[in-house]
Ligand binder design. Structure first.
Ligand code: HEC
Length: 110
């Protein structure tokens, strides 16, 4: 089911994934980008794609390394926000990378 959803999402988003890849500064794997966009649905219930709200920081346009190390810090418990700890612990390294690439490609001012 999850796989089916992913296939559908990727089919629908096929065109836009290429656009995001073009917008990203470095040459990025379009599949990783599309995977990140798919996974982002879990995050955007809290994180707005445009700006911060209700004490929840914006995570668009972040440097990939900053994004990855923030999630690693929640995973290890060195950052102590319980919500983000459980979110981070549900993600594997490839998923974190995909999310970092996708959110990093979004312009926080748009
Ligand atoms: C239930 C709400 C919620 C959900 C869902 C959620 N977050 Fe968060 N996130 C937060 C809050 C609140 C913070 C600030 C926590 C803190 O103070 O450390 C945060 C912080 C972060 C940060 C650190 C930002 C920075 O610059 O320090 C990153 C990165 C992040 N979230 C990524 C994600 C990703 C990726 C997902 C989806 C897989 C996600 N979050 C899902 C609420 C949420």
């Amino acid at each position: 089911m999850r796989l089916l959803c992913l296939a559908t999402t990727m089919a629908v988003l096929g065109g836009t994934a290429t656009e995001y890849a073009a917008r990203a500064q470095t040459a990025t794997n379009p599949e990783l980008m599309a995977y990140g966009e798919y996974l982002a649905g879990e995050c955007t219930t809290c994180h707005q794609t445009k700006s911060s709200s209700d004490g929840i920081p914006a995570i668009t346009g972040l440097d990939t390394d900053h994004f990855v190390s923030a999630l690693e810090a929640y995973k290890s418990g060195s950052r102590t926000n319980t919500t983000m700890i459980s979110v981070a612990r549900s993600l594997d390294a490839e998923q974190i990378r995909a999310l970092a690439v996708y959110f990093g490609s979004l312009n926080p001012n748009k």
